[in-house]
Write a protein that binds this ligand. Sequence first.
Ligand code: CP
Length: 305
Amino acid sequence: MQHLIDPMDLTKEEIDGILHLAQNIIKDKEKYSDKCHGKKLATLFYEPSTRTRLSFESAMMELGGNVLGFSEASSSSATKGESVEDTVRVVGCFADIIAMRHPNEGAPKLASMYSPVPVINAGDGGHNHPTQTLTDLLTIIEEKGHLDDFTIGLCGDLKFGRTVHSLIKALSRYKNVKFVLISPKELKVPEYIITEVIKPAGLMYEEVESLEENIGKLDVLYMTRVQRERFFNEADYVRLKDTYILDKAKMKLAKEDMRILHPLPRVNEIATAVDKDPRAAYFRQVMNGKYVRMALILTLLGISE
Ligand code: CP
């Protein structure tokens, strides 16, 4: 039985297979509309979500399956002290596959060790968000045509941003990807990402603070939100939250074919005036998230094309 907890749980070939299947689904949705008939997905969300939970549920519905679950811990027996281990043992009696979001890093991993059905990590604290990464990879392919030979700028909260950590891990398997890591000193990417992921892969990277000075060299700009919920004190959040605001003036410095990605939700780090720019790919990215989750569900359930 295969789970997805960390993007590195999948080989590069498996990732490419899921992305290829997602592209086939985009081309012929009808072909897949009954593939999960009789199957159930449980979404166990101990932390808020709009995109991830609803895209998982929409994905299962579009495959002809059903969904059940909870969208906040307070409506589950976690409030009575039930452990994650017991919860998945129970939910595994009702569902064929589980998507779990949890504020505690490692909770979905723990769940996978006790679950009788596949567990998908839908985001664990500041750690990983592998299905957002699959979404991001599919979007880069759809927008740029390839996952090798490009320069990506990751901008904003690189310290707590689980989407950033997962995306760098996944991209480290592709050839000649250059990382421009744009953040204030306080929100730099964790050291292990540099020493254990980027450097062993032999990929080029630079850590910089200015978006204006670096945007012109990027093929993809991955903007992120400064995450209030991960800060230990409000004063630091207030001081750092407006460090980067992508607006029309900064977009004039970018390449004509650059693409802007953002895992969303956005607060104010991308001005709404940028939404009309054809280079803004973040709402197309949301749609890709549904297709890639359809492909992942089929893959983990072992349902063939
Ligand atoms: N990108 C993402 O994880 O969004 P949600 O928090 O709304 O699921």
